[in-house]
Design a protein around this ligand. Sequence first.
Ligand code: ZN
Length: 377
Amino acid sequence: MIITINEQRLKETFIELVGVPCPSCDEKEEAALLVKKMRELGMDPQVDRAGEQCGGSTGNVWGFLKGNVSGATRLFFEAHMDSVAPTTGTKVVEKDGVLYSDGTTTLGGDDKSGVAAVLEALQCIKENNLPHGDIQVCFTIAEETGSYGVRYMDPAWIKADAGYCMDCGGHPGAIFNASPKAINLKLTVKGKSAHAGLEPEKGINAIMLAAEALHALPSYGRLDGETTLSVDMIDGGLASNIVPEACEVVIDMRCPDEEKLENLKNETIEIFRKTVEAKGGTVEAAVKDVAPGVNLNTDHATVKLAATAAEKLDFPVSTGFTGGCSDANFLCGMGLPTVLLATGMDKIHTTEECLALEDLNNAARWVLGIVREATER
Ligand SMILES: [Zn+2]
C-alpha cells in the first residue's frame, strides 16, 4: 500500500491557518488553533514562556509524538507562526494550481506552508498508524522581527538529534545547510577635541581617522561566496565648530565559517588600529553576536537524511548556502544540527506572495519521507 498525503485536506489546512491573523508577537489566535490541531493528533501540545520575554501574546507551541519504533533518529520539525504585514484578513485565491492572496495582504506561505506541511504529514502518520521514531514539533513566534521565539526558548525542551526548519523558498528537495554566523563589530575611534577655527592643529579628528581606516579596508560588500562585510552605521562629532573627539562605526560581518569570520574581524580591527594609532588616535572594539551560523557539511547525518528522503521521492536535490538568518541559526547555536528546507514559498514579504500547490504537497511528502527515512536508520 502506498501511503500518501491528502492534498485536499492539506490545502484546506493551509487556507484555515492563513485565515487567522498572526502578526509577529501577536500569534495568540494561531497558537490556539495549532494547540487544538495538535491535541487532535495526540501530541500533548505545550506553550512555552518565550512570549513573556519578548512582549508577545503567546509562546512557542510545542508538540511531541513518542516513537513506536526504537533506534530511529529523533526528529525536530520547526516552522514559524508569524507573518509579515499586511497579514490580517488574508483571503486565498487559487489560480492554475497556485495560491495567492487577493492582493491586499501577504499570503502567509511564509511560513504557514511549513506549518501546514508538518501537520499534514503528522495526520498521515496517525491515520495510517505508520512506524516512526520520536518526533518533536515546534511552531515559533516572532521570527520575522528577529527570531525572538527561538532566542527565548529553553534549549532543555529540545529532545532531538536532527532539526528541520521548514522556512525557505525554492522547490522541495532544496536543502540549505549553510547560513552565516552574523556579528556586529563596533569600532570607537578616539582622537582629541579642539576648537575647529582657533586651533584645529591641536585636535585629532576622529571622523577623519575613521574615514581613513575605512578607506584602508581591502574590500567591502560581498567578499566571497559566503562572506559579507557591510559598514552600516557611523556616528561622530558634537558640534560644527569642534574637531570631533570620537567616532563610532558599526560593521555587520557574516560568514558560516566561524574561524574565517574571527579572522576577518581581527584583520578589520588591526587595520583600524594601525591607521588610527599612526595618527595619534586610539580604537576600542566591541563585538556583538547577532546570530549563530549554520554550517553542516553535505555528509552530515541531518543533511543526508533529508537528501535521501528527497531522492526517494524523485525531487531534484540540492544543498547550498543562504545569506539570510532564520530560526535554524539559533537552533544550531543551541546544539541541534538544523537545516532549512524549501517549501515552495515565493515572492515572500510582498502582497504578490504565492505558493504552488504542487510545492506545498511535496513539502508535506518530504516531511513524511524524512520520518520514514529516520525510522529506517
Ligand atoms: Zn519565514
